[in-house]
Ligand binder design. Structure first.
Ligand SMILES: Nc1nc2c(ncn2[C@@H]2O[C@H](COP(=O)(O)OP(=O)(O)OP(=O)(O)O)[C@@H](O)[C@H]2O)c(=O)[nH]1
Ligand SMILES: [Mg+2]
Length: 414
């Protein structure tokens, strides 16, 4: 077996994403849908391991080797082969919503897989890898009760892991809006740390704190910044359009990038007092009412923290905003060659690169304080370091942000 399978592996450093689940759940159809051609094809039950190297759309962070293992009871040995060459950086577990008789079997299989000690070499899934459960074939209109049950069964197994649950269909139209896959893979794109070339055995030995600090390393954050800058430069959605989508509870994704962009636009457009209220009320509404945010609830202190951090950057943009207004007046209604600051999120990110670090809060708050129920319900003060003060313009202060990762020094009016 190894000699046949090893022909698929070119000893390149591409990381693996494993797509797994019971027989007939829709793994191969999904794999084709994620490939560039995005075709829906007639599938046969997969025998063995189907490996495809593709840039997962819209999971743009990297090109990955996707391993789709046939759900015919031999997955474990197949996965082991997939993992011999490169670490598995994410696991996508596909569940057929129409096959509820097999639900507990599906949960049990995932549990066996996660805890399996892959014999020689002891390679298994690192405890920190993101796991995405897809309740697939929702075009067959399962009831909310069934979807809720599927979700809660997986939640029992995965509650202490980095995981998310999405309702998807590979064949629903219009594509991709109706598929749920864009939101799902956008989450995965954020959840997966930039690929590192290390053996899985090494990764497995590391405690969770070390894995987190790897995610905050200068190399990891620079890679993230670069991918965000390209995204921001090419983003066809204007600030105005994004706000409309936000108000209509219909954003294409709900991730750290989108949160920051919304906060930036709202603070710049409305100023701190009104902008802050719009962020708090809007984010809470979006989480409660959009039906697009899964497994999360509104977190007061976390929101306050990011408002503060974004406002710090916005304060430094005031000069640009004024010069843009003056230039526009000078141009006497001729078209301004520079984009409006509201639409220049790339510029904002480039100047305030500390914002890409999704764990920035850890420099200010201990996990115990930030994750407490009190911090969720009301704003709590940090217990490690005082937050930068952006409220009272009394003196110019140099604030060092992101000391842990050396990303940048931000200057602000405080
Ligand atoms: N209605 C619906 N059918 C789907 C969807 N995805 C896959 N299917 C159908 O489900 C059947 C099984 O799909 P596959 O992609 O072959 O399933 P698999 O998980 O790869 O199966 P094995 O290779 O046997 O493990 C096929 O008839 C697909 O057309 C979906 O989103 N909606
Ligand atoms: Mg298959």
């Amino acid at each position: 077996m190894k000699s046949i399978l090893s022909r698929f592996f070119n000893h390149d450093p591409l990381p693996n994403i494993s797509i797994m689940g019971l027989e007939g759940a829709g793994k191969t159809t999904l794999l084709y849908k994620l490939s560039k051609s995005r075709k829906v094809i007639d599938t046969f039950p997969t025998i063995g391991l189907h490996i495809q190297t593709s840039t997962i759309q819209p999971c743009t962070r990297f090109t990955a080797r996707v391993a789709d293992a046939g759900g015919c009871g031999r997955m474990y040995s197949l996965v082991r082969y997939a993992m011999l060459e490169a670490p598995v950086v994410a696991l996508v577990w596909v569940v057929d919503v129409n096959d509820t008789d097999q639900l507990s079997y599906s949960v049990d299989e995932l549990e066996r897989l996660l805890f399996a000690d892959f014999d020689k070499g002891g390679q298994g899934f690192a405890p920190s890898i993101p796991i995405m459960v897809l309740a697939n074939k929702v075009d067959l209109h399962p009831s909310q009760q069934i979807l809720g049950k599927i979700r809660s069964e997986f939640e029992k197994l995965l509650k202490n892991r980095h995981w998310a649950f999405f309702e998807t269909s590979s064949i629903a139209t219009p594509w991709p809006e109706a598929s749920g896959l864009e939101a799902a893979f956008t989450w995965l794109n954020e959840a997966v740390a930039p690929p590192k070339i290390e053996t899985l055995t090494e990764a497995k030995k590391k405690p969770v704190e070390d894995v987190l600090s790897d995610m905050r390393s200068p190399a990891a954050l620079s890679a993230k910044l670069e991918s965000w800058l390209s995204k921001a430069e090419e983003d066809p959605v204007t600030a105005e359009h994004l706000l409309n989508q936000f108000e209509a509870l219909d954003l294409p994704s709900w991730d750290h990038y989108t949160h920051l962009r919304l906060a930036y636009i709202l603070l710049l457009k409305y100023g701190r007092r009104v902008g802050k209220d719009k962020i708090f009320d809007g984010f809470k509404d979006y989480i409660d009412k959009s039906g697009k945010v899964h497994g999360k609830s509104f977190h007061m202190t976390m929101t306050y923290f990011w408002v503060q951090m974004v406002h710090l950057g916005v304060a430094g943009m005031q000069g640009l905003l004024e010069s843009h207004t003056l230039q526009a007046a000078d141009a006497n209604e001729e078209e301004d060659p520079n984009p409006s600051p509201l639409d220049d999120f790339a510029h904002f990110l480039a100047v305030n690169s500390y914002l890409v670090d999704g764990q920035l809060w850890a420099d200010y708050y201990s996990k115990e304080v930030l994750m407490s129920p009190e911090a969720k319900q009301g704003v709590q003060f940090p217990d490690i370091k005082k937050l930068p003060d952006v409220l009272y313009p009394t003196k110019t202060e140099k604030v060092r942000i992101g000391e842990n990762n050396g990303m940048c020094t931000a200057s602000m009016m405080a």
